[in-house]
Design a protein around this ligand. Structure first.
Ligand SMILES: Nc1ncnc2c1ncn2[C@@H]1O[C@H](COP(=O)(O)OP(=O)(O)OP(=O)(O)O)[C@@H](O)[C@H]1O
Length: 305
């Protein structure tokens, strides 16, 4: 498989504040690749550089063998870009938005209808509705259709599912899988760690740095310790006691559980149980669990600190 996106040592600062630090990344042709990280991690900056809308301070990036600075006009013709903020004309109808985007790219809706058909049929009943009056999920579908109307080789999607309800999020990812089958290379950013498993490969990004790049399974497989979920009646007190345990390596709240790793390599569930009993807990549970991408993220953040 050929490399489609090649990023070498890209750095970017805003008024001295570093948003990207020597980022290296490769995305293969036809890949569904996730850029996963919290708010402010640098996802939008990186995507805007690839979309030829922002200049890097240093480093190079190539898309389909073209340089994002030197060959920006050629790249724009081959690129579909869905920005994080709503990108459509709110006071034009669904149909008018699509027609406008098609005209801007010198094409027609009919010419590339096959590519957008599955998504567009869901929008068709709202053809005459103003884009500004659509629901969040429908807006995302229209933005996707508009970004696809010129049949791009590559799609850059910046947090397309942020603020979208869980059902629409699921549907949206299915659409992205469909586009991947059409041979389109997709780079999708998201702050939702649970979406990592829907990608072929992901890069975890934090404070402008790539912490790790691998398949979602590859990342969880490399988790460096045994992980335990601890819970009980008084999770606040459990958290304090676990943090005070001399062998504790990492301790953090995770939904209704506390996730715990220990400095010792062996299975320590029994020792931990005894320690917590000695601290006065009677109803707690300690269970070994398989790490999630979020656990890996927390661990990598700890290491990079
Ligand atoms: N135009 C700007 N001026 C100053 N600082 C900026 C600007 N754009 C981004 N930043 C800062 O750069 C860092 C990276 O921001 P960026 O938007 O790339 O991250 P992100 O991962 O997309 O997060 P978000 O989802 O919050 O946009 C943040 O600290 C942000 O505050």
């Amino acid at each position: 498989m050929n490399t489609y996106i090649q990023i070498e040592q890209i750095s970017k600062s805003y008024q001295g504040a570093r948003a990207l630090r020597e980022v290296r990344l490769e995305v293969q042709e036809g890949e569904l690749f996730g850029l996963i990280g919290p708010d402010g991690a640098g996802k939008t900056s990186l995507i805007r550089i690839l979309a030829t809308l922002l200049l890097p301070d240093s480093g190079t990036a190539r898309m389909g063998q073209k340089d994002v600075v030197r060959d920006y006009l050629q790249i724009r013709k081959r690129l579909g870009y869905m920005p994080g903020k709503f990108s459509l004309y709110q006071d034009l109808t669904v149909r008018e938005n699509l027609e406008l985007f098609a005209t801007l790219f010198g094409t027609t809706i009919r010419e590339n209808y096959g590519l957008i058909k599955d998504i567009y049929v869901q929008l068709e009943p709202f053809n005459k509705r103003l884009a500004g009056k659509l629901s969040g999920g429908m807006k995302q579908k229209l933005a996707l259709c508009c970004a696809l109307i010129h049949r791009p080789e590559v799609m850059l999607l910046d947090e397309p599912t942020t603020g979208v309800d869980p059902v629409s999020r699921k549907e949206f990812w299915q659409m992205l899988k469909g586009l991947q089958k059409e041979g389109i290379t997709l780079l999708v950013s998201t702050p939702y760690m649970d979406e990592a498993k829907l990608c072929q490969r992901v890069a975890l990004i934090q404070s402008g740095q790539i912490l790790q790049t691998d398949s979602p399974e590859g990342i969880t497989r490399q988790f460096p310790a045994r992980l335990y979920a601890v819970n009980g009646k008084d999770n606040y007190q459990l958290l304090q006691d676990l943090r005070a345990y001399p062998y504790a390596s990492s301790v953090f709240s995770f939904g209704e559980d506390i996730h715990y790793t220990d400095e010792r390599e062996e299975d320590i569930a029994l020792q931990l149980n005894e320690y917590l009993r000695a601290k006065g807990h009677t109803d707690h549970q300690v269970n070994p669990i398989v790490p999630s991408i979020e656990d890996c993220f927390m661990e990598l953040m700890k290491q990079s600190d």
